[in-house]
Ligand binder design. Structure first.
Ligand SMILES: CC(C)(COP(=O)(O)OP(=O)(O)OC[C@H]1O[C@@H](n2cnc3c(N)ncnc32)[C@H](O)[C@@H]1OP(=O)(O)O)[C@@H](O)C(=O)NCCC(=O)NCCS
Length: 173
């Protein structure tokens, strides 16, 4: 998804701050944990190639269900296909995102949100975004990017309406 980034030279200065902060931030993020629904939460690198979008390092927050059956062959993003690498085994949903340092603090840009086709309509998008927002509660901004699904627009609207927390941005597709 395209990411609106018009900070120009301000960004160059921000990168200096980012380089200083990145190792500690990433160390804190690369961990696993479980919720009371049995889903594990894991943050690591996205296997997808976003270099043509913005060239930033893209992370993936995954919801993992160890009891999930393997994905059907040919399922893009979950199984390996001719177009895309597979997600980590037992992934049922993921949020790909990148972060960068702006003058007002850390910015989070969402690159892609996906819930496995067998798992939709069970609030896993809500769960993904709750996990992301919890980790970036002190961020200056979370940008949903170009929103191509009504469920995502609904989440954007709800989170914008709630008080406090990061500034919420997004583009209606
Ligand atoms: C979009 C997607 C992530 C939604 O995942 P999901 O787990 O089915 O969504 P949830 O069950 O958490 O629903 C989240 C909210 O959106 C609403 N919603 C779900 N599907 C909807 C739809 N088709 N139209 C409108 N609202 C919808 C839900 O009611 C819920 O709102 P609520 O919290 O007020 O009840 C999933 O359909 C998907 O992976 N689609 C393909 C990839 C894609 O389009 N990604 C988005 C790119 S921007």
């Amino acid at each position: 998804m395209p990411h609106d980034d018009t900070n120009g030279s301000k960004l160059a200065l921000g990168i200096v701050a980012l380089l200083a902060a990145t190792p500690a931030v990433l160390d804190g993020l690369r961990h696993t944990g479980s919720g009371n629904d049995g889903l594990q939460v894991k943050i690591g690198d996205s296997p997808l190639d976003y270099s043509r979008n913005h060239g930033r390092h893209v992370l993936r927050l995954s919801l993992i269900d160890p009891s999930a059956p393997p994905p059907k062959p040919g399922t893009n993003y979950y199984a390996e296909t001719s177009r895309y690498p597979a997600a980590e085994p037992s992934t049922v949903a993921f949020a790909d995102f990148h972060t960068y340092q702006g003058f007002d603090g850390e910015h989070v840009g969402i690159d892609y949100l996906s819930v496995g086709s067998d798992m939709r309509g069970r609030k896993l998008l809500t769960r993904l975004l709750d996990e992301l927002f919890e980790r970036y509660t002190d961020a200056a901004e979370i940008d949903f990017g170009a929103m191509m699904h009504d469920a995502v627009v609904r989440q954007y609207q709800k989170r914008r309406a709630s008080q406090g927390g990061p500034r919420i941005r997004g583009k209606l597709w």
